[in-house]
Ligand binder design. Structure first.
Ligand code: 5GP
Length: 199
């Protein structure tokens, strides 16, 4: 059984967390990792979500400070320059990043933090914190993923095309992560994630 590994013995950096746990949930856009994460948080209040910053515009219903911190490109670049992001990446024409302080402080105080991020960011976290638990969510098939991405009607045709292209690249990297879980049946996928986290 996969164990959650404390970040205690992670590479020795000054800010290396000593108590809590970092859990990375990654996988292509549209695979359902956001929905899986929200259910996970509802069921397990001891888990915390790291709210990312992004330069993407809010989708309908998204709330600033809850779903993301929506910021300008200039603000984002300033955060990068000031070293305030634990990881960041450009994805489908926008920037996304994880605020460093919030995560580090929470992990230091014993919290279990879930990062729901794309491939490049997940690789950065794994490089800095090799003992983080990393879970890659796979779609049942590429055609099913395409259907899910297209059904998000708020995204432009161009954004959809970029996301589809990127999804194929991401899926081919699934083996880099500790665990691969297919999101075919939602409940089964959720149970597998819970088993990985809580053993
Ligand atoms: P969306 O625009 O659909 O909300 O997110 C696009 C992609 O960016 C998703 O794969 C999502 O997991 C990822 N993402 C969200 N926040 C972050 C972050 O802070 N860092 C990175 N690297 N990716 C993120």
């Amino acid at each position: 059984m996969m164990q959650v590994i404390s970040t205690k013995s992670a590479a020795s950096t000054k800010e290396c967390p000593t108590v809590g746990k970092l859990i990375i949930l990654t996988g292509p856009s549209g695979v359902g990792k956001g929905t899986l994460m929200r259910s996970l948080l509802q069921r397990h209040p001891q888990l915390q979500y790291s709210i990312s910053v992004t330069t993407r515009s809010p989708r309908q219903g998204e709330i600033d400070g809850k779903d993301y911190y929506f910021i300008s490109r200039r603000e984002f670049e300033q955060l990068v320059a000031a070293g305030e992001l634990l990881e960041w990446a450009e994805f489908a024409g926008n920037y996304y990043g994880t605020p460093r302080k919030a995560v580090i402080n929470q992990v230091h105080s014993g919290k279990w933090i879930v990062l729901e991020i794309e491939l490049k960011g997940a690789r950065q976290i794994r490089a800095s914190y090799p003992n983080a638990l990393s879970i890659f969510i796979l779609p049942p098939s590429l055609s099913e993923l395409e259907k899910r991405i297209r059904s998000r009607a708020q995204d432009s045709q161009e954004a959809i095309a970029r996301r589809l292209h990127r999804a194929q690249e991401e899926i081919s990297a699934a083996d880099e992560f500790d665990l691969q879980i297919v999101n075919d049946d939602f409940e089964t996928a959720l149970n597998s994630i819970e088993a990985a986290i809580f053993g």
